[in-house]
Design a protein around this ligand. Sequence first.
Ligand SMILES: NC(=O)c1ccc[n+]([C@@H]2O[C@H](COP(=O)([O-])OP(=O)(O)OC[C@H]3O[C@@H](n4cnc5c(N)ncnc54)[C@H](OP(=O)(O)O)[C@@H]3O)[C@@H](O)[C@H]2O)c1
Length: 324
Amino acid sequence: MPNAVVLHQVGGPENFRWEPMVVGNPGPGEVRLRHTFSGLNYIDTNFRRGDYPPGPLPAILGREGAGVVEAVGADVTEVHVGQRVAYASVMGSYAEVRLIQAERLVPLPEDISDDVAAASLLKGMTAHMLLARVRTIGAGDTVLYHAAAGGLGLFVCQWAKALGATVIGTVGSQEKSALARAYGCDHVIDYTHEDFVARVKELTGGRGVTAVFDAVGKATFEKSVSLVAPFGTIASYGAASGPAPRDVASRLPIDRFLIYPTLPGHVAGRQALLTAANALFDVIRRGAVRVRIGQRYSLKDVAQAHRDLESRRTVGSTVLSVQG
Ligand SMILES: NC(=O)c1ccc[n+]([C@@H]2O[C@H](COP(=O)([O-])OP(=O)(O)OC[C@H]3O[C@@H](n4cnc5c(N)ncnc54)[C@H](OP(=O)(O)O)[C@@H]3O)[C@@H](O)[C@H]2O)c1
């Protein structure tokens, strides 16, 4: 019987259990998928703690995976048995085998390996959302990205740079500074030691930036708002340090755009999903975005991966190896 990491109650990482699971045959429109890798994302810790409801318990967390199609149900046209595929924003990737709707699967091209797919699909399509839909970023723009050396950070910073923007990144340590600089940032600020507001004002001649991408939340958001240029955009899409205050909209100058985007919205519908995935594969293929897998764990050890992510010890993407 295949195994999965099962969460019986919300709380600390010690609540995960490695247990055998019965996985049935796929129903109409479904696929049985054998994972090779699962991707780790900060939002997994939000669901584990219960900040966001994980659904009925016991639950299998994880929202990003890659693997091979083992069986298909009736009416499946998107993928075939034996095909390598990946997905993002569908709960249940902390498992050796799972059932999933075929329409949520992205066929993997030969030049995208399974570990790269599990390290990049959720974060890379989120970067596409921020740079192509939330705010169309191009030459002449300046962006501020918080937690630039993190999983999503390395994607957004490299991609924004490739689009011609000037990229300012904040990071939580000196080691992370060097990494952020090597992955797209023109300027890096260690916001644990330096006043990032003063520094960004100095770097932009007091004008502020075209877009602030802030998923750190509570610790940064209020300050981030003060750094958006007229007709600039501030995006709030995560809460790594706690939720951002929600009463900001009423205090924003009227010529600023505030948005709370989510990846499930960006990739709702098959065509939107494939467009975002193919845009990501294209920038990886061209070398404009390099996928940095900073940490690898066995899926069984996901509790340790959560501890490391929450204590800011990870850089770049983290993958969980499912096959041994
Ligand atoms: N809305 C969406 O659809 C969507 C999709 C993907 C990701 N996100 C959000 O984007 C953010 C990044 O996701 P990710 O998976 O790539 O994670 P990540 O950036 O690899 O990890 C989170 C980073 O946040 C920073 N941080 C600042 N204060 C923190 C605190 N008190 N505790 C923990 N970390 C803190 C740390 O970097 P420093 O040490 O450098 O500060 C840490 O490495 C998350 O908030 C996530 O929820 C949202």
